[in-house]
Design a protein around this ligand. Structure first.
Ligand code: 5AD
Ligand code: SF4
Length: 480
């Protein structure tokens, strides 16, 4: 099954540049690790935690797997296709390992959690299998594997948030960074494997989040994206011992956390992902409206526009509830960018249900969507309860219609931006030309514009007027 994004706005941002931690590895570390991440932003963020744990264990990062002593794949299970991609990559590393017997290969993340030690039976040349809550034990597991044993730790935790670990920024542009604020998910959407691979929801100590954001800002970063499967249910209560923190501290909700991060500096932009329509509150929207540096952009996955299907999906909202939420967002933040996730062909989905999805997309007027075929995942509620009964060609045709509609919506959205001027944070050179900058506006749209004779640099804010656009990118020029 295939994942399609109509508006590839993220592509421009993928151009990594050489930054620490790679720079001094030669001298500092006796051994090297190479890591590849697949799937969601949370996995990329987790790899930075893993890098930090490995550095403390004496491993330096390398971008070249040929010089690595340890190769790690941080994997995704969300759709079958994601797992196939990783399996293919593992067969490539199997060949490399045959030629270099000392090389250790480890599988991290959701596939590790889902398949557990089955992985070692299926993929004979995998040495280490570590689930998302067991990364602290990596150094011990590596030591075990070095003696020829197969090492597995897939224990899930109710407490682990890696709050005290300072992530090592891998392939960073030095301007934008992810900050993980919670782990796991309690929602149990029936199609989703995440509650099984990432365990129960838990929120990270608010103080450690603020400290991380402050530290990033001090090091020149200008944007943080707060990450969680369901950020709106963030809730952190201070420790019970009143003496430990002065005794008067209140619990921190997501709205409060957003405000605290926004107060680090007006020069630090704040984004967040992902919001569940049932949990995003007025308080969050009002906080966004109050702070200029909280970006006007919400990723609000719809999944389906049919109330009947939403019920089978266990999404706990109706079509009308979702529409009301979108209206509320537009009321409080009129220029808010909104994007969505859509699944085509969930169990029992009829043509009428599908038409409902299309009409909801249209009325929500998404700027961008991530669109997928339904892919049955073993062990999920849907796999146990419902038949995956929409034929593949029907799923494909419906997905195609969804993608075509989103293309039209993205076109309209971009067209409306022509003539407007946006405050843009410069993230780096444009992919196509070193004579152009690439940045984003508050709504998360990528804007490319000529550098001209000005002396701006990455991390600067500039005003850019939009003159034109392609499907994925706005094109503009700086204005005074
Ligand atoms: N099949 C297809 N898409 C899925 N997603 C989650 N599980 C599945 C599945 N089994 C999509 C949802 C979710 C996004 C991260 O991936 O749209 O929001
Ligand atoms: Fe999966 Fe639903 Fe949790 Fe998102 S909110 S991770 S789709 S169970």
């Amino acid at each position: 099954m295939q994942a399609l994004a109509a508006n590839k706005v993220h592509d421009e941002a993928r151009q990594g540049e050489a930054f620490a931690p790679f720079a001094n590895d030669e001298n500092t570390y006796s051994k090297k690790f190479y890591i590849e991440s697949y799937g969601c932003q949370m996995n990329f963020s987790d790899s930075e935690i893993v890098a930090s744990i490995l550095q403390s264990g004496g491993f330096g990062a390398t971008r070249n797997y040929e010089e690595a002593d340890l190769v790690l794949l941080n994997t995704c299970s969300i759709r079958e296709k994601a797992e196939q991609t990783v399996r293919k990559r593992l067969t490539e590393f199997r060949k490399i390992k045959e030629a270099k017997p000392g090389l250790l290969v480890g599988v991290l993340g959701c596939m590790a959690e889902r398949l557990k030690s089955k992985f070692l039976e299926e993929e004979k040349l995998v040495d280490i299998v570590v689930g998302p809550d067991a990364y602290r034990t990596l150094p011990v597991l590596i030591e075990e594997a070095e003696t020829g044993q197969k090492s597995v730790n897939v224990l899930l935790s109710r407490e682990e948030t890696y709050a005290d670990i300072s992530p090592v920024r891998l392939d960073s542009n030095g301007v934008t960074a992810f900050v993980s604020i919670m782990r796991g998910c309690n929602n149990m959407c029936s199609f989703c494997v995440v509650p099984f691979t990432r365990g129960r929801e838990r929120s990270r100590d608010a103080h450690s989040i603020i400290a991380e954001a402050q530290d990033l800002f001090n090091r020149g970063y200008k944007e943080v994206t707060l990450l969680g499967q369901n950020v709106d249910s963030y809730y952190w209560a201070p420790p019970l011992n009143p003496l430990s923190r002065g005794g008067k501290e209140e619990a921190v909700t997501f709205a409060k956390l957003l405000e605290m991060v926004a107060q680090v500096s007006p020069e630090l932009r704040v984004r967040f992902s992902t919001s569940h329509p049932k949990d995003i509150t007025d308080e969050v929207l009002l906080t966004m409206a109050r702070y200029d540096n909280i970006c006007n952009y919400i990723h609000l996955p719809l999944q389906s526009g049919s109330t009947r299907v939403l019920q089978l999906m266990n999404r706990t909202y109706t079509r009308e509830w979702y529409a009301a939420k979108v209206n509320r967002i537009r009321e409080i933040i009129p220029d808010c960018g909104i994007s969505s996730d859509i699944i085509a062909g969930f169990c029992t989905e009829s043509e009428e249900d599908h038409a409902g999805t299309l009409s909801m997309m249209e009325s929500s007027a998404y700027d961008m969507s991530y669109m997928f075929f339904y892919s049955e995942r073993p062990g999920t509620l849907a796999a146990r309860r419902y038949k995956d009964d929409v034929p593949e060609e029907v799923k494909k045709r419906r997905l195609k219609e969804i993608v075509e509609l989103q293309n039209r919506l993205s076109y309209q959205s971009n067209k409306q931006d022509v003539g407007k001027t946006f405050n843009v944070l410069i993230e780096g050179n444009s992919k196509r030309s070193e004579a152009d900058w690439m940045g984003r506006n508050s709504q998360n749209k990528v804007i490319v514009f000529p550098k001209g004779s000005y002396n701006y640099k990455k991390g600067d804010y500039v005003l850019v007027k939009v003159n034109d656009f392609t499907q994925a990118t706005l094109i503009g020029e700086m204005v005074k």
